[in-house]
Design a protein around this ligand. Structure first.
Ligand SMILES: [Fe+2]
Ligand SMILES: [Fe+2]
Length: 206
């Protein structure tokens, strides 16, 4: 399986082992994705206008769902951004990886918003602010607080993803993107939990 080109949303039959920072485990009952891919490829032909002919309630639900995810992903990437220090540590490498992943999720939601003819929430700056405060605050408290904050935030995110996947009638491509993003959040929880259990993750890399 390793070495096989995998694009955004591809489901995998077996366990996929990624490289250093990411990896692993399918979550029982959920589709499996290669979460070692933290910035999936998007080609020009993947962009398309969506939602034509959908009934108004379905469009409203999709708009609300995408705006919710878009603002939450802004908060997530901002938390990680403000947790990163200048230290050349493994934890910082992992935080940068997670930040990159969240930036991709943010792009996913923004692209889908515009494909549907919607606009992002004008209140999203508030989520940036909360993210900055939470990120910086946990950074001041140290690595364990950073990890605990990550687990808490990601658990909320997974819950949101599950609820929105269950209650909204997405088009197939958007659903697969959201499922992949949810799998990434599960991966983040697993990683932060593993690091927390392993002790203070601040070993120098170089
Ligand atoms: Fe995310
Ligand atoms: Fe995440």
């Amino acid at each position: 399986m390793i070495g096989t080109p995998v694009t955004l949303g591809d489901r995998l039959d077996g366990l996929v082992v990624g490289e250093t920072c990411m990896v692993l485990q399918p979550v029982v009952g959920k589709p499996r994705f290669d979460i070692s891919i933290i910035r999936p490829e998007m080609r020009a032909e993947h962009c398309q206008l969506r939602g034509q002919g959908y009934p108004a309630p379905r469009l409203r639900a999709i708009r609300k769902g995408l705006r919710t995810l878009h603002t939450l992903e802004l908060m997530a990437q901002t938390i990680y951004k403000f947790q990163i220090t200048k230290e050349r540590s493994d934890l910082n490498c992992q935080l940068i990886t997670a930040m990159c992943n969240e930036m991709g999720h943010y792009q996913d939601d923004q692209i889908k918003l515009y494909e549907y003819g919607f606009r992002p929430s004008i209140l999203r700056f508030a989520y940036w602010l909360v993210g900055a405060l939470v990120g910086f605050g946990s950074r001041l408290l140290g690595p364990k607080a950073i990890l605990r904050t990550g687990i808490w935030v990601e658990s909320k995110a997974v819950h949101h993803y599950a609820e929105l996947l269950e209650t909204i009638e997405w088009d197939d491509q958007t659903r697969r993107v959201i499922e992949k993003d949810q799998a990434d959040e599960d991966g983040h929880i697993a990683r932060w939990t593993r690091l927390l259990q392993a002790g203070t993750p601040v070993s120098a890399q170089a």
